[in-house]
Design a protein around this ligand. Structure first.
Ligand SMILES: [Zn+2]
Length: 93
């Protein structure tokens, strides 16, 4: 018997393991992001932590200046492209 018949995020029918809640890591990530957004005090910490992790990972890979890296390598390390600082302010001038 299944714990969940459909993906908690996109509501598509689940296949595979019976304890699955999501169809893929993207749905899981999107769901957690949505959940966190509904709890503002925790949301700040989650975003802040992810931004710090993203920055750390990019810093590690980009020691040479302008480096090209496969996105799969970054996501394996925990990089989440949904979280980023914008440099927009810099280009406004
Ligand atoms: Zn899904």
């Amino acid at each position: 018997m299944r714990f969940y018949e459909t993906c908690l995020y996109c509501k598509k029918e689940l296949k595979g393991r019976t304890d699955k809640k999501f169809c893929d890591p993207q749905c899981k990530s999107a769901y957690q992001y949505q959940q966190a957004k509904d709890k503002p005090e925790r949301f700040y910490n989650i975003v802040d932590n992810q931004l710090k992790l993203n920055r750390k990972i990019l810093k590690e890979y980009n020691k040479g200046g302008k480096v090209i890296v496969r996105s799969s390598m970054l996501t394996q390390e925990g990089f989440d492209p949904n979280f980023f600082h914008t440099l927009l302010e810099k280009y406004k001038r």
